[in-house]
Design a protein around this ligand. Structure first.
Ligand code: PMP
Ligand code: GLU
Length: 388
């Protein structure tokens, strides 16, 4: 009845669990949700003010499909300042969230049968969008021992003549792991001499607690040539609802191709959001970003200690993002069953690891207040001691 294309696409589990938790709470149930991939902070006032100003100034009409010039300039400046990367306006395209950037990218470059290497645990959306674009997913499993990072040897053995792209997420959703410069250099060495593209999802770039952030495209000339950098403001300045994402690539024809697709599908993103995003990118919100980063860092430290103190449970301290990928495999391998029973019995919502390609774990977002984190982990602890 429907297309094969749409039949293979499953719903975003992260969104589904978050929505379910909201519905249960609306019914009056005592729900503590650690499922959402969004900051609990409000968008900084300085950004809201820009949006209000834009409305009053009449910026309420269609704009260029790929974003207004001032916004492209703000993105180019940000990429230069923060990442040491040079891009001209025609090497950048603005879309409705980084998710939309990824959708456009996969549609533009993936042919039927192309292989895309995705290290697991992965963000839920990648394999679905790759399959939707006709590609096949080649998963590379990582675990606690390697800090959930793909090694150069693993990458090498996953490459075949059909490999079109590798997706790297640093910092990672769901594990919070951050690739060091040396680790990225080792991966880059494997790719040398191939035509493989790298999609580098740097959405959590501003949320680093230990170590340093390095952009994949900044590793070498060769990496700059093959890397498509994807980023946005959803996580760094709490703008999830505004829908802003962007992508930068050396290949201007790739940007043109995505612009064609966007011109026939969604057109420009919201004109007001574009003006707000300039303020989100130009350093005006830096103090807010730092305030949120510090708050996340102290929640991370406490939550990691609380989980690691539970018998049979372990968690790697994440260097970035705002998730813990909690290992419960000694107690329960079936993360879906665990998450359902936990929600029903205790009202605690987490996302089962199986959604990210790694069972025996769950994702716990610490982008929520510390009292809820303490109460939530205490409920999980009691649940575990009662049933396992
Ligand atoms: N990439 C990663 C790794 C994410 O966690 C998210 C969060 N939803 C996105 C991309 C997409 O973010 P958005 O569409 O809100 O820009
Ligand atoms: N990326 C966020 C998450 O992982 C938001 C939900 C989604 O877009 O899937 O929870």
């Amino acid at each position: 009845m429907y297309s094969d294309r749409i039949n293979i696409l499953s719903e975003s589990i992260t969104i589904a669990v978050t929505t379910l938790a909201q519905e249960l709470r609306a019914q009056g149930k005592d729900i503590l949700s650690f499922s959402a991939g969004e900051p609990d902070f409000d968008t900084p006032q300085v950004i809201k003010d820009s949006a209000i100003k834009a409305i009053n100034a009449g910026y309420t009409k269609y704009t260029a499909v790929d974003g207004i010039v001032e916004l492209k300039v703000a993105i180019a400046n940000k990429l230069k300042r923060d990442n040491g990367l040079s891009y001209a306006n025609n090497q950048i395209i603005v879309s409705n969230g980084a998710k939309h950037s990824l959708f456009n990218l996969f549609q533009a470059v993936i042919e039927e049968g192309d292989e895309v290497i995705i290290p697991a645990p992965f963000w839920v959306t990648y394999p679905e969008l790759v399959k939707y674009s006709g590609g096949s997913v080649v998963e590379v499993s990582t675990d606690d021992k390697s800090g959930f990072k793909m090694t150069a040897a693993q990458l090498k053995s996953a490459i075949t003549p059909k490999t079109r792209m590798v997706i790297l997420t640093t910092p990672s959703n769901p594990t919070g792991s951050v690739y060091t410069k040396d680790e990225l250099t080792a991966l880059a060495d494997v790719l040398k001499g191939t035509k493989i593209l790298v999609a580098s999802d740097e959405m959590y770039e501003k949320l680093i607690y230990d170590g340093e952030f390095t952009s994949c495209a900044a590793i070498s000339e060769d990496m700059y040539d093959r890397t498509i950098t994807i980023n946005g403001l959803s996580k760094s300045v709490a703008m999830t609802g505004w829908r802003f994402g962007y992508l930068a690539a050396k290949d201007v024809n790739l940007i043109k191709a995505m612009k064609r697709l966007q011109s026939q599908s969604t057109s420009n993103i919201c004109s007001i959001t574009q003006h707000a995003a300039i303020t989100g990118l130009d350093g005006s919100a830096d103090a807010d970003i730092e305030m949120m980063r510090k708050a996340f860092a102290s929640r991370r430290d406490e939550a990691v200690d609380l989980f690691n103190a539970i018998d049979g449970v372990s968690v790697v301290k994440p260097d970035g993002a705002f998730y813990l990928f909690v290992n419960i495999s000694k107690l329960e391998k079936d993360s879906l069953k665990f998450s359902k029973e936990l929600l029903e019995e205790t009202g605690v919502a987490i996302v089962p690891g199986v959604a990210f390609g790694t069972d025996g774990h769950f994702r716990f977002s610490f982008a929520t207040d510390i009292e809820s984190i303490r109460e939530g982990i205490s409920r999980i602890k009691n649940f575990l001691s009662k049933h396992y």
